[in-house]
Design a binder for this molecule. Sequence first.
Ligand SMILES: NC(=O)c1ccc[n+]([C@@H]2O[C@H](COP(=O)([O-])OP(=O)(O)OC[C@H]3O[C@@H](n4cnc5c(N)ncnc54)[C@H](O)[C@@H]3O)[C@@H](O)[C@H]2O)c1
Length: 261
Amino acid sequence: MYSYSAHSGYTRYPSLQDRSVFITGGATGIGAALVEAFAAQGAKVAFVDIDEPGAQALCEELMAKGYVRPWFKVCDVSDISALQRSIVEAQQAQGDIQVLINNAANDQRFDTQSVTEADWHRGLAVNLHPVFFAAQAVQPMMAAQGGGSIINISSINVQFGPPRLASYITAKAGILGISKALATDYGPDNIRVNSILPGWVATPKQLEKWLSEDEEKELMKRVCLKKRLGAHDVANLALFLAADDSAMITSQEFIVDGGRI
Ligand SMILES: NC(=O)c1ccc[n+]([C@@H]2O[C@H](COP(=O)([O-])OP(=O)(O)OC[C@H]3O[C@@H](n4cnc5c(N)ncnc54)[C@H](O)[C@@H]3O)[C@@H](O)[C@H]2O)c1
């Protein structure tokens, strides 16, 4: 779990108060930090995830901290019609969505030569296609409100191409394309679309599965800032991109990785 409120010196964005926010993959990891960060700003947060126990634990934790319980629904984002339904239900519960964060992903690794056609399609179905269809679903709500902010979570991996992640990296590169295209198409409705490319974030899952002590030592040689990147570092940028403070920023890609050497 993340203790966003531990970083209480962070900025308060009055424009995020009561703003209706929809986050995919909000139960754990960076998504949970996003949920907490927006809840701490007084936003009305809705999120979907496949991890129901994780989501319920997060909701309980946030309520114990005095925040309003976020709206949550179990939803596999690769089921596009379920995702579209969830967005409409969140709208009915919390009002027109004004901020969308496409965060859900699965960074499953595969031996490249044994990737089947089904593996390939499954990867894009989780990591790429929902980004477009969630944006398409919130566009009329944002247009009706006079604008909105869509934030798509890509990855620094698109610049380095680490091994055994071909489908994931392809999806994350595709997200940059979707963001550019939608920034153009939705701009006349004052809807901003930006991408965030996190570096290696020390989430509990990454620490458990991939970010070993040795890996972290190697990582520290390749970054300017010799500190762990936290999920809250990504959430802090998302807050800025969602708030009116970034009103003229769209069609951009933002790297949060401690500075790659
Ligand atoms: N952690 C990192 O180092 C890192 C680096 C670069 C980019 N990112 C990106 O940041 C985002 C969050 O990463 P994370 O490390 O917190 O990931 P994570 O795997 O820890 O969490 C992702 C969340 O999405 C949920 N999810 C997975 N598949 C889903 C599905 N089909 N439908 C609905 N929910 C689903 C998971 O249950 C989980 O709660 C992802 O887009 C990821 O690609 C992460």
